[in-house]
Design a protein around this ligand. Structure first.
Ligand code: 2IT
Length: 449
């Protein structure tokens, strides 16, 4: 059997035993398909069934999360933690609270996290969790009661050397605070069991900005590799949450023109570009808890709201997905290419579908996959863990400096891994191989576990 046939067989078997987990299938196929040239040179990994093992989470917990809403009615959600791989460190990854969350969603995110965390060069395994709890329109008291109930169960499975969750969609500083408080109360210990904490109680400076800053640092390296620079470039970004905010903040600071943001309701086109005031307004928009982007257009005349559409139809040099999985599909890629896009950076996890990625490759447009470009968030979580372990705080400059170095190293690791398998300039292949080989080697060293 050729390596390609072997990989196809593993993909088919994984799909058959995880029926219905479509987002996980997409993420798993995307990674496994790119590993063929690497596995060709490593038959010992095929023999040790590394692919069969790495696609099966070490452990998954699913649990009931009962809570009482403001009207006194009992609500029941489902909580999850997928502890995917601990070969190179404790499970690490965010918690996502969103209505549409399923086991398949969290398995895709947990699977991506294995390779992303490996790319950071920090000792972190891969995990992800969350709930189908919908934070939209919930009161502060409801969010607190939900978080406390969620943590009452989750606290049995996590710990600073076991599994360290963080935020993701629907989980920010407020939710991390409520969950940390409950963990501390039940376990009677003050430890770095979560990252993204408030700075007063163990959180790292720059963690809120880190995902967006890191993505822009990665973009700057891509530009540099082509003898180009970010200054004066027109950038279309999606979303208006934490990741979009950090991305816009750093891009604007470095002299780019960010002309779009978006929400589930549509997108904002701001031809003058965002400035410091508009970037700061994103925090207000998110804080409103309404999950819509349209109020931006009322606040800033000169910008307009386009209902029900995505920002990928505007003319831009650089497109950066900062919202959700599969938010940029084949037809969006075609529109971007027709409008002359020069670089695409996936900042959301699996922001582009397979067809879109293929189109960017065919058009010779440098494409950065999320697991490389958005790794700055979890990398800074790793730096938060290091500070907690040392019982120290580092300055913002120190954290930012380390984040910047990590992103430069990830960029270079992607390019050199791609080159080794004869696919020069292919960040997707490079990220997957560079992320995979470290975890696979660790698994080989640790025996059949
Ligand atoms: O997707 C991600 O990398 C995150 N949501 C951050 C995870 C973390 O542990 O900081």
């Amino acid at each position: 059997m050729s390596t390609k046939e072997y990989v196809d067989k593993v993909i088919a078997e994984v799909k058959a035993k995880t029926a219905g987990e479509t987002e996980f299938h997409q993420a798993m196929e995307e990674v496994l398909n790119t590993l063929v040239p690497y596995l060709d040179k490593h038959p010992e990994m095929i023999k040790a069934k590394i692919l069969e093992r790495i696609t099966e989470p070490e452990r998954t917990v699913m649990f009931r999360v009962p809570w009482v809403d403001d009207k006194g009615e009992v609500q029941v959600n489902r909580g999850y933690r997928v502890e995917f791989n601990s070969a190179i460190g404790p499970y690490k990854g965010g918690l996502r609270f969103a209505k549409q969350v399923t086991l398949g969603t969290l398995k895709f995110l947990g699977f991506e996290q294995i390779f992303k965390n490996s790319l950071t060069s920090l000792p972190m395994g891969g995990g992800k969790g969350g709930s189908d709890f919908d934070p939209v329109g919930k009161s502060d008291a409801e969010v607190m009661r939900f978080c406390q109930s969620f943590m009452t169960e989750l606290c049995k499975y996590i710990g600073p050397n076991t599994d360290v969750p963080a935020g993701d969609l629907g989980v920010g500083g407020r939710e991390i605070g409520y969950m940390f408080g409950q963990y501390k109360r039940i376990r009677n210990e003050f430890t770095g069991v979560l990252t993204g904490k408030g700075h007063e109680w163990g959180g790292s400076l720059i963690r809120p900005e880190a995902t967006g800053y890191g993505a822009v640092y990665f973009l700057c390296e891509m530009l540099k590799a082509k003898g180009d620079s970010i200054k004066g470039k027109t950038i279309a970004i999606s979303g208006f949450g934490n990741v979009s905010w950090g991305t816009a903040k750093k891009a604007v600071e470095l002299g780019a023109k960010v002309v779009t943001i978006s929400g589930p309701d549509g997108y904002i086109y701001d031809p003058e570009g965002l400035n410091e005031e508009k970037v700061a307004y994103l925090l207000e928009l998110r804080g409103s808890g309404k999950n819509i982007a349209s109020p931006y257009a009322e606040k800033f005349p000169g910008s307009k709201f386009i209902a029900g559409k995505k920002p990928w139809e505007v003319k831009c040099d650089i497109a950066m997905t900062c919202a959700l999985q599969n938010e940029l599909k084949g037809e969006d890629a075609k529109a971007l290419i027709a409008n002359g896009v020069k670089y695409v950076v996936e900042v959301s996890n699996m922001g582009c579908n397979a067809e879109a990625i293929e189109l960017f490759h065919k058009a010779n447009i440098p494409f950065a996959p999320g697991k490389a470009a958005n790794a700055g968030g979890v990398a800074t979580s790793g730096l938060e863990m290091a500070q907690n372990g040392e019982h120290l705080y580092w300055t913002a400059e120190e954290v930012d400096r380390q984040l910047h170095n990590i992103m430069i190293n990830i960029h270079d690791a992607c390019l050199s891994a791609a080159k080794e398998v004869g696919q020069e300039g292919n960040y997707q292949v490079g990220a997957n191989i560079a992320g995979f080989r470290k975890v696979a080697k660790a698994m080989m060293d640790q025996g059949i576990v």
